[in-house]
Unconditional design. Structure first.
Length: 565
């Protein structure tokens, strides 16, 4: 029933399909822009072919840019951007431009998924791994715009890209050196245990104010907004803070600071109050261990029990074949509960015949979930939504969300968890849609758990996991309007111990780092795949009953038991 892979592999093609969608949108947008007058055409970029032998005035994120002698498109030099699993090696140059003017940007690039564009405007991309290809994009400046930032970058995990002979054709602009005036009358308009709301009077500028920067302690910039109010989130409870605000214009000129205002956050904390350390346990696969033996050796109390599937139609069963009650799964659950623990069932997964596509309506799917809830008097359920039949099927996504809404209404106190894949920087297109629809449909999901593995993340599994989680936090804040603390309290991480299907390695030391980070941010859930694999077999490869690395027996479970949120 399940694939020969050890753990539901992430879609290798998901990122290219998403990038293709982005590229199509970008091309459609740029194609609508009028062509600039040829009489004004002139390349206004400096060091556009990198023939100086140095990067200046280009700057590259992560210090990942360099000038190379081969391969080049023209001349003797080109730009090389060493994109990594956590940094796309974005190289940019800011130039003076004229307002209300159309510019043509072009350049030659080589490598997988290489982008050319302008901040705040259009972009385009190509995949030409072995030869240089020309990219072209047009954009029109705003009514008061006097500068533009041109960039090129690669893509996460795709390796080094090259760029050469980049040209921005159009009239140059004059340099604006006059700073805005200082904002006035900064005041605190409200506070919670983790946020402070601020407002202030507008600044003025000879060309125009484009934004405001909020600082704490005079030098620590917290966020940037376009209006004259903001809410600073992610603060500690019962703590005094001092804030100032500065205005800036399109040329990057910054005003003097506003008056300082002090505010003390309220006591207490936000969030769901739900905390769960629950590694996966699978009784139908991988030499399943005795759960009470594991509990006694590690101190873990919860397990995520895999997997509830369809036994035909809209009928739930363990692995799609074992009855909900009376079999080995209930025996394991009874033992866990007798030892003072509990379980959350994982409904779905990567493989098998799932309930989401088989139940024709949200009501029918909710009925299937209810059978599982009633069989064990559950406190929580986890829907592991993956693959093209559920995660990448928008109708099934909505069906699952509406079904969760129904069971939440019918089971007061029940916690609902969604578990899904991620990129190294946060939710993918379908993950973003899932979150957006959870809000639009009022599904009231308690925990959004990402699976930060099998995404081609390379060697930095701690860094990639944190980056993916921070991307999830940013999305939750955007969709729900939460502050940092509340977003973290609705998040979970489900990793993979040892070797992943794509040979990513998570050691006990790395998993300890991830656990400590999850505790520091007060996440709601920490899990991994799986307890069955939480045994040593250094050099054993990706196996179903061991981790493939050197470790102590049950070491990952013992670490996970230290998650308290």
């Amino acid at each position: 029933m399940f694939s020969t892979r050890i753990r539901h592999p992430r879609r290798r093609s998901a990122r290219p399909r998403f990038l293709a969608l982005l590229g199509t949108v970008a091309l459609a947008l740029t194609g609508a822009v009028a062509v600039p007058g040829t009489a004004q055409a002139a390349n206004i970029l400096t060091n556009s072919g990198f023939e100086s032998g140095s990067l200046g005035p280009w700057s590259c994120t992560g210090n990942l840019g360099s000038v190379v002698s081969t391969p080049v498109h023209g001349g003797a030099k080109a730009l090389a951007g060493a994109a990594s699993s956590s940094d796309n090696a974005k190289c940019a140059q800011t130039v003076a431009v004229q307002p209300n003017t159309t510019y043509s940007l072009s350049g030659w690039v080589r490598g997988g998924y290489v982008y050319l564009g302008v901040d705040g405007g259009g972009s385009t991309w190509t995949q030409s791994p072995s030869t240089y290809a020309q990219l072209t994009v047009k954009f029109t400046t705003g009514a008061s715009q006097t500068s533009a930032t041109i960039y090129t970058h690669g893509w996460y995990g795709q390796g080094t890209y090259y760029a050469d002979d980049i040209s921005l054709d159009g009239p140059g602009g004059s340099s604006d050196t006059q700073a805005p005036t200082a904002p006035t009358g900064l005041t605190s308009t409200g506070k919670t245990s983790s946020s402070v709301s601020l407002s202030w009077g507008a600044a003025s500028d000879n060309v125009g104010v484009t934004g405001y920067d909020i600082y704490s302690g005079g030098s620590n910039k917290l966020l940037t907004v376009s209006g004259t109010s903001a809410t600073v989130s992610g603060l500690a409870a019962s703590t005094a803070y001092s804030f100032t605000v500065k205005a800036h214009d399109a040329a990057g000129n910054s005003s003097p600071a506003s008056n300082a205002v002090s505010a003390t956050t309220s006591a207490g904390s936000g969030g769901t109050g739900f905390k769960q350390a629950a590694p996966y346990l699978y009784t139908g696969w991988g030499d399943p261990p005795s759960p009470t033996t594991v509990m006694s050796a590690t101190g873990v109390k919860w397990f995520t029990m895999a997997f509830i599937l369809s036994s035909g139609g809209c009928n739930p069963a363990w692995d799609g074949q074992r009855p909900l009650t009376g079999g080995q799964d209930q025996t394991a659950i009874n033992a866990v509960r007798a030892a003072g623990g509990d379980i959350v069932p994982s409904i779905g997964g990567w493989s098998g015949n799932k309930l989401g596509p088989n139940c024709s309506t949200p009501e029918a799917l909710a009925g299937a979930y209810q059978k599982v809830i009633d069989a064990y008097g559950l406190k929580a359920i986890d829907v592991d939504i993956e693959n093209s039949d559920e995660f990448e099927n928008t109708a099934v996504q909505d069906r699952i969300l509406n079904a969760l809404k129904i069971v939440k209404a019918n089971n007061p106190g029940l916690r609902t968890i969604l578990t899904f894949g991620t990129s190294t920087t946060g939710p993918t297109y379908y993950g973003n849609r899932l979150i957006e629809q959870s809000k639009a449909l009022n599904a009231d999901v308690d925990v959004f758990t990402i699976m930060p593995f099998d995404f081609g993340g390379g060697s930095d599994m701690y860094g990639n996991t944190v980056n993916a989680a921070e991307g999830l936090k940013t999305k939750l804040k955007s969709v729900y309007g939460w502050d940092d603390a509340t977003a973290y309290a609705h998040m979970g991480i489900s990793g993979m111990n040892g070797l992943s299907d794509q040979q990513e390695t998570t050691t006990p030391a790395i998993w300890t780092q991830i656990k400590d980070w999850a505790n520091s941010k007060h996440l709601a859930r920490l899990a991994f795949w799986s307890v069955n694999r939480d045994r040593p077999c250094a050099g054993g490869g990706v196996a179903e009953n061991c981790s493939g690395i050197s470790q102590d027996t049950w070491q990952f479970t013992r670490i996970t038991a230290g998650f308290t949120g």
